[in-house]
Design a protein around this ligand. Structure first.
Ligand code: 1GP
Length: 247
């Protein structure tokens, strides 16, 4: 429970958590490590590593290893399938895409991956993963029955089901590179039913204003991936996002 306890401590002390997502398929392991280091200089709290396509095998292992050589914040796997596991990471979001039509993304990949997690030192953090419109690549790959943007009650019902099934975290995902993030009404409705359980929001968050809107609406943790991979000054961008959400 080290990473989960660490993130809880940050929430207790600073109110919110910022997570930087790095997709191993988007750059070399060396460049991924440079981005991670720059993000840590901007005060990100942990590095998530994963993606829907191509984030597996040697490329994934080397990306995790290089990142761990450069930074001392936790590395958390964000696997698109059982192939997204690496024994070098500190933790894994052990997640079920609850609104997938494909049982593979609901439970079969988890069954295939569980023995590896059991044999390794990776800390599993149980998570209900919910994909909201527009959903992007993960919505397509994960065959998600996308939650309509303007139906917060559907998202809240899924989140409640995840909580009752024992999941500690809920992740509201608009899809990487979404035009706009999940709206504040949906974030608020989900956080209301979750209570003390943690809510992560990601997909389409690019600036301080959007990050603040999501955090104020009830997100405990904000994820940014695309913008961090795109900007020249990663440290300045992450610092902008972090200062918008922390107290
Ligand atoms: C994707 O929610 C994450 O799974 C991050 O999205 O790439 O749009 O920041 P972005």
């Amino acid at each position: 429970m080290q990473v989960e306890a660490h993130l809880q401590k940050i929430i207790d002390q600073e109110g919110k958590v910022h997570l930087t997502l790095i997709d191993p398929a988007s750059q070399t392991p060396e460049r991924a490590a440079e981005i991670a280091l720059a993000a840590v200089k901007g005060d990100t709290d942990a590095i998530m590593i994963g993606g829907s396509t191509g984030a597996s095998g040697t490329l994934l292992d080397e990306t995790v290893i290089k990142i761990k050589q450069k930074v001392d914040v936790p590395t958390i796997l964000f696997p698109g399938s059982s192939a997204g596991l690496s024994s070098y990471a500190d933790a894994v979001f052990f997640m079920s895409l609850l609104n997938s039509r494909d049982i593979g993304y609901v439970v079969t990949n988890q069954v295939l991956g569980a023995p590896l997690v059991y044999r390794s030192q990776i800390e599993p953090i149980s998570m209900a993963y919910l994909v909201v419109e527009p959903g992007g690549t993960v919505g397509w790959v994960g065959d998600a029955k996308l939650i309509p943007r303007r139906k917060p009650e559907i998202a809240a019902a899924y989140a409640l089901a995840g909580k009752y099934l024992g999941m500690h975290y809920t992740y509201l995902e608009a899809g990487s590179g979404a035009d706009t993030p999940v709206n504040p009404e949906m974030i608020g409705a989900v956080k209301q039913v979750l209570g003390e359980n943690k809510l992560i929001v990601g997909g389409g968050i690019r600036d301080a204003k959007a990050a603040k809107l999501c955090a104020s609406a009830g997100a405990d943790m904000i994820v940014t991936g695309t913008i961090v991979e795109e900007v020249k000054d990663v440290t300045a961008k992450v610092a902008e996002l972090v200062s918008a959400i922390k107290r």
